[in-house]
Write a protein that binds this ligand. Structure first.
Ligand code: RRO
Length: 314
């Protein structure tokens, strides 16, 4: 069977390593689409994905945005969930003990309300134990009217990531927004701040409206678009970052099957995250993993590593 993990990590580009993180395989859940992880348990052995990435946590509890929070469009899903969660203390006390040890790798996604708060949350999770890595959500489109205060300015990104770097020894992944003009500049600033990897893309700002009533599809009018429609945008951005910045990349955006996942690896990603597909197919990750093995076998590839960065761009 083709390898989705590397027996010898020193040979070639690793498909099972993202910076310092050793993964069982390169397919993770995307934050926000599998709750805090435990919600997925009826469908998937939590140890099977390369990592479980939990829904974004904030320091204090948040109620989330006004309804409606989801709106299906013909090409993708719009959301404006607004980070509802019970806060970091609640997670550490009540959820983390149930999750730790159940996943092959547990990544906790965090968002602060100011740059300094990211570092404080990182330090708290570091002390808590049981967490394998942090993902910094600097790219949620559903706060401050889609203003993306931490996503767009490389100097803000640099400061925020440096703060976190100083606060924790845990591996740090910075999740980037596609709603910027130069994603490579943001990836570079993250790398210079000390991130171990970047993940991209978060959702694209979008909206829907019913012209008869004049009502927008979302309670906040605008929100984030995900699903198959965003895959070409995500591939382009992952490729752009991979060829210009020396930082491991986790590709996200519209992955539904093994071919989608392999495309992200082909343009240079070391791993991928699967998000919106969970709503239709909760066991999408085991399916993607099985499909990857089948397709690699059919293509005569012994190892998924041969796919990484194999794009022959003109
Ligand atoms: O909760 C959300 O509304 C949300 C988040 Br935190 C995010 O990072 N991306 C998104 O599309 N929605």
């Amino acid at each position: 069977m083709p390898q989705l993990h590397t027996p010898d990590p020193t040979t070639g580009p690793p498909a099972d390593r993202v910076g310092p993180l050793r993964l069982k395989n390169p397919v993770m859940t995307a934050s926000g689409t599998a709750g805090l992880g435990l919600e997925l348990e009826p469908f998937v052995d939590l140890a099977e994905p390369g990592a479980i990435v939990v829904k974004t946590l904030t320091r204090k509890p948040r109620r989330g945005n006004p309804m409606p929070r989801l709106c299906e469009t013909p090409s993708g899903l719009l959301n404006s969930i607004g980070l509802p969660n019970k806060g970091l203390d609640h997670f550490i006390e009540n959820v983390l003990p149930r999750l730790a040890g159940r996943c092959s790798c547990l990544i906790v996604n965090i968002a602060g309300t100011c740059t300094g708060e990211f570092g404080e949350m990182a330090a708290q999770l570091d002390r808590a134990g049981g967490v394998d890595a942090l993902e910094l959500n600097i790219s949620c489109p559903n706060v401050e009217g889609g203003d993306l205060p931490f996503s767009r300015d490389p100097s803000v990104v640099y400061r925020l990531v440096s703060d976190v770097r100083a606060a924790t020894k845990l591996p740090v992944i910075t999740k980037l927004s596609p709603n910027v003009s130069d994603i490579a500049a943001i990836a570079r600033a993250s790398k210079e701040g000390g991130t171990d990897a970047v993940s991209l893309i978060n959702t694209l700002l979008g909206m829907a409206v019913d012209w008869r009533s004049g009502r927008p599809g979302l309670g906040t009018t605008i929100g984030g678009l995900s699903g198959p429609a965003v895959k070409p945008v995500a591939l382009r951005m992952v490729w752009e970052v991979c060829r210009t910045v020396d930082v491991p990349v986790i590709g996200i955006g519209g992955i539904r099957d093994a071919d989608d996942a392999l495309e992200f690896l082909c343009v240079g990603a070391s791993a991928v995250q699967v998000g919106t597909s969970h709503y239709r197919t909760p066991d999408v990750i085991p399916r993607v993993l099985a499909g990857m093995r089948e397709r690699l076998l059919a293509a005569g590839r012994a190892d998924v590593r041969s796919v990484i960065g194999s794009v022959r761009a003109g």
